[in-house]
Ligand binder design. Structure first.
Ligand code: AMP
Length: 476
């Protein structure tokens, strides 16, 4: 088996790697580091979780250690699609370069130009940037890229999704023709292929298996969910999410819940919080300092549930996420691979559940085609239980866009009166999915079911399970 010491890395880098606790290079590291050190262009087809960040950071540090920084002339450039991902590369750089004197600047939005300009003026070895911010600096005339010897493009497929490809092409053209390029993408869409053909010179291609298609360490499941009524889909879906979470018990240490839309991210985060779950949202509309704080507390284990959109969460390295929930089926099949890749990282075990409503079945089929295997169907932990949904108060408050303070105050008296009803124990504590059987026990309907008490008059507390089932597909 290849060892880090076989790869030709600088001894200072090797000590930092061993201090970080890593002994054996991952396949992308073993494949990419030697050709990168020989000055070859590298095309790495790998997703996050495979150790790809170190596969470019380690050789970069080794190569840069041989020279010195020049004022205003960064010697290397790493482009990442999101601020979080760029910050993560910067953290990796700090970890592995700690025994060297190399310097870096992180050019991302949300940080003042002045601070960043000062760093660049002093001269940095490594510039880590998002494409938009880098071009902003360049257009201010403050950033010559003619000294760039090594350029890294990370998560190129995400850059493509975000519309950054023209920016990337521009940046390529601003750097010297003789630069070395290390280019990483989880997939090779035709547009990515075109870019690599244009800007990479005879690259060494390293492709590592997708964690999602081969990762036996990730247990996957999908719940085919049909709401009791179409207008109740949203609240019943939130109840299902809580039931799934509860059913996992202590096995769930922390989780990322992915939603397709930012508004949904906010709604789900607020709803979970309301039900006593420790949750916070992260998406592109939140300001940077809040995103950073949320992410930090999630990383440090202070926050248990991160509710996220794809863009915000792409590539985030949170080493020990026990669970990923796909609250929605992603509309781009590849996002499924990225989402579930947040768990089961670096060989750990992980578990993922996805909720699929009838409308999403086509997208589910696309995912199964992409990963080339069926995703096991899992029974809803609510199967047979009284259809659960958010309490009326929760729906009323949560489903709204954040209202101006004054109006929320004017609403508060009515919402308070609603809350005097016994607070719903969010849901019947769910049995593990596999054991869930239709139940006909005499569970007391919780307050969320109050609106339904009409139809069961005369039955006392007992509501037979069949009454709660929908047999006819609601019209779409
Ligand atoms: P990445 O694909 O760069 O996001 O890395 C995924 C995770 O793997 C990170 O938490 C790294 O710290 C970790 N990692 C990187 N290299 C190794 C290695 N050689 N052995 C074990 N874990 C690693």
């Amino acid at each position: 088996m290849t060892k880090f010491t076989d790869l030709g890395l600088d001894p200072k880098v090797l000590s930092a790697v061993s201090e970080a606790g890593y002994e054996t290079p991952t396949p992308i590291q073993a494949g990419a580091i030697p050709p990168a050190l020989q000055g070859r262009d590298v095309l790495g087809i790998a997703q996050t979780g495979t150790g790809k960040t170190a596969s470019f950071v380690l050789p970069m540090i080794t190569m840069l250690s041989k020279g010195r920084a020049r004022a205003r002339m960064p010697r290397s450039l790493v482009l990442a699609p999101t601020r979080e991902l760029a910050a993560q590369v910067a953290e990796n750089f700090d970890t592995y370069a700690k025994h060297t004197k190399l310097t870096k600047a992180l050019l991302i939005g949300g940080v003042s130009f002045k601070e960043q300009d000062m760093l660049i003026d002093r001269g940095v070895d490594v510039l880590i940037a998002t494409p938009g911010r880098l071009l902003d600096h360049f257009e201010r005339g403050k950033l010559p890229l003619t000294g760039v010897q090594i350029m890294v493009v990370d998560e190129a497929d995400r850059m493509l999704d975000m519309g950054f490809i023209p920016d990337i092409e521009r940046i390529f053209q601003m750097t010297p023709f003789t630069r070395q390029t290390l280019f990483f993408s989880a997939t090779m869409a035709p547009e990515i292929e075109r870019i690599t053909n244009t800007f990479l010179s005879n690259p060494v291609k390293i492709e590592v298996a997708r964690a999602a298609t081969t990762g036996e360490n990730i247990e996957q499941g999908v719940i085919m969910f049909r709401a009791s009524r179409k207008d109740k889909q949203a609240s019943e879906k939130r109840a299902l999410l809580r039931a799934l979470i509860d059913a996992e018990g202590d096995a769930l240490t922390n989780a990322i819940v992915f939603c397709n839309r930012k508004t949904e991210v906010d709604i789900v985060a607020k709803s979970l919080t309301k039900y006593g779950y420790d949750a916070a949202p992260i998406h592109g509309d939140l300001d940077q300092s809040q995103r950073t704080r949320t992410l930090e507390s999630f990383r440090e284990g202070k926050l248990r549930f991160l509710i996220a959109s794809d863009v915000a969460a792409r590539g985030l390295d949170v080493p020990s996420v026990s669970h990923v929930f796909n609250y929605d089926v992603p509309s781009h099949a590849e996002d499924y691979v990225h989402r579930i890749g947040r768990t089961g990282r670096a060989g750990r075990k992980g578990k993922t559940f996805m909720i699929c409503v009838p409308h999403d079945e086509k997208n589910l089929a696309d995912i199964e085609t992409l990963v080339n295997r069926p995703i096991p169907r899992v029974d809803s932990p609510l199967l047979g239980a009284a259809p659960a949904q958010d309490a009326p108060a929760d729906v009323a408050e949560v489903a709204e866009k954040p209202a101006p303070k004054s109006s929320s105050r004017s609403r508060s008296s009515s919402s308070r009166s609603k809350k005097t009803a016994p607070t719903p124990e969010a849901l019947p504590k769910a049995a593990p999915a596999k054991q869930a059987e239709p139940r006909s026990d005499s569970r007391k309907p919780h307050s969320a079911d109050k609106g339904r008490s009409g139809p069961v008059v005369g039955m006392g507390d007992h509501m037979p399970a069949f009454l709660t089932r929908t047999f006819k597909a609601p019209a779409d």
